[in-house]
Ligand binder design. Sequence first.
Ligand code: NAP
Length: 287
Amino acid sequence: MANIAVLGLGAMGSRMASRLLAAGHAVSVWNRSPQAAEPLVKAGATLASTPREAAQGAEFVLSMLRDNAASQEVWLNPLSGALSGMGAASVAIECSTVSHDWIVALGKRAQALGIPLIDAPVSGSLPQAEAGELVFLVGGENAAVEAAKPVLAAMGSSLHHVGALGCGALVKLATNALLGVQVTALAEMFAMLAANAVNLDSAFEAMAATPVFSAAARRSASSMATESFTPQFPVALIEKDFGYFIEAAQSGAAPTITAARQVFSSAIEQGLGGLNMTSVVSLYKLA
Ligand code: NAP
C-alpha cells in the first residue's frame, strides 16, 4: 500500500480519495475549503494545511482541481505548492481536466526538480468515481505510468496510456468534445421536435432504437426529458473544456466545437453554469 496525497476534494476528488482509502492506502488530503475534507478525515485520511504539507512524504501526489489556474496555484505556489514538498522518488499525477499547454509547462517545472509528472484525466462522472469505474486517459513516461498503475486501479476500471505527457489531456478533451456536441445537438432536437408537435417520448424511444443513439445520448436525453439538472458535470466545466480544445486545435479547424462552446457560454450567461450540462435544453422553448 502506498502513501498518497490527494489535492482537491470537490465532487470528483472527494470520491476518488474515498476509493483510495477503501483500498487501504494511507491518504493525506488537502482542499482549499477545508470543510470538504471532514468526511474523509472521519474515514481515516490525514488533513494537511497546504498542498506542500500533504505532499511531504507521499509517494504519489494526485490532484483533481477545477482548471489550469487551480492546478498552477496548487502545484506551483512558491510557499505552499505541492511540487516544493515532494521528494525525487515520488510521482506527480494531474487528474484534473486541464489544457495540453499547461500540463506540458507543469511537466517542465516538475522535471527541473527531478519529479516525474503524468497527466491522468478521467472519463466518467460522479457515479463512476464513486464506484471506482473511471476510465483513465494517461500521458507520460512509461516508468512513471507503470508506477502509478496500482494507485489508479483503485479508482478506475481501465487505464489507457495514450502517449507522452499532454496526450492524456488531448484525448480527454476530444472525448468531452464528443460528449458535449451530442448534448448541444440533443437540446436543439428536443426544441425542433417540440416546435413541430412531435411527441417527445415517442420520438426519443424511436431514436434510441437506432444504431446512431449512443449511451451518452441516452443518459442526456433522459435528463432533458425529466428536467433533472442536478449537477454531475456542470455547464461551466464543459465550457472550460471546449475552450481548452479550441486552444489545442489548429486555427479554424474546430467550427463545430466553437459553435457548441458558444451554446454553453450562453447557458452560463443565463445563469445555468452550475447546473448539469444537459440544462442547455432550457435555452429553447419546448412547447
Ligand atoms: P468541483 O466539484 O467544482 O471541484 C473543483 C475543485 O477544485 C474543488 O476542490 C475546489 O476547491 C478546487 N479549486 C477550484 N479553484 C481552485 C483554486 N484557485 N485553488 C485551489 N483549489 C481550487 O469539480 P469536479 O466536478 O470535482 O471536477 C474536477 C475536475 O475533474 C475538473 O477539471 C473537471 O473538468 C474534471 N471532471 C469532472 C467530471 C464531472 O463529471 N464532474 C468528470 C470528469 C472530469 P473548493 O472546494 O475550495 O472550491
